[in-house]
Unconditional design. Structure first.
Lengths: 67, 156
């Protein structure tokens, strides 16, 4: 289950076990986070899914549907 | 090249291949003799690890730390080469690390996470229970732990 890392009131990264994942679309772990949100929804996140991640996951899902 | 002590194979025989270059496509390019340093740099574009065990160090120094207040600090890692993307941070358990601050206190870490990451450098947020002083510098060390590692991954 993913956890939000928050600093200065902002989400700075996402944590799963001993791995911290930056919010960078070029990072393959970040893409896995989006895939998990698409597949599992809120079940994969502790608390609510951050808005920006949900928006990125929705955009990725829409792109996949077009393909 | 294969050599064996006798004309038959035994379980202790082996084959060594060298000077082999695998390439994508139909056109072979000249063989490249890359140095160890060149190969290492190419690998570090995707992944590198700072490993206490390799140095046999109980108190491996990982990075300089800036203490922000009594419980928060940030360690800066300048990557040895420009990485493919902003890397993920992979660590052993948090309890394997501590911050040794300029006021000579050793505070066990309770969290390590990416605060800011780019292909060039990564700021790692650190959290301790108490005891740091804002504005002080420190070291992020292994806490008497030879298995502590910090790795950065920007794999495809």
């Amino acid at each position: 289950m993913y956890i939000k890392n928050i600093k200065r009131g902002l989400i700075v990264s996402v944590q799963i076990n001993d791995k911290s994942i930056p919010l960078d679309p070029a990072n393959s772990d970040y893409q896995k986070v989006l895939d998990d949100i698409i597949e599992q929804g809120a079940d994969c996140f502790e608390g609510d899914i951050p808005e920006e991640l949900q928006a990125a996951a929705d955009a990725k899902a829409a792109t996949q549907e077009e393909i | 090249m294969f050599t064996a002590a006798s004309s038959s194979w035994s379980s202790s025989d082996y084959v060594e291949f060298s000077d082999v270059q695998l390439e994508l496509g139909k056109i072979a390019t000249p063989f490249e003799h890359r140095s160890y340093g060149e190969e290492l740099a190419s690998c570090q574009r995707y992944y590198y690890k700072i490993n206490s065990a390799e140095n046999n160090a109980n108190y491996q120094r990982f990075a300089m730390v800036n203490c922000e207040d009594s419980t928060n600090a940030e360690a800066l890692f300048i990557h040895p080469v420009t990485m493919r993307a902003s890397p993920s941070l992979e660590t052993t358990t948090y309890t394997g690390f501590h911050i040794f601050s300029a006021n000579a206190t050793r505070q066990l870490s309770s969290a390590l996470f990416i605060d800011q990451s780019s292909p060039y450098s990564t700021g790692v947020g650190l959290v301790v229970a108490s005891g740091l002083t804002g504005g002080y510098v420190g070291l992020l060390d292994a806490d008497n732990n030879k298995t502590a590692t910090i790795a950065f991954s920007a794999e495809l």
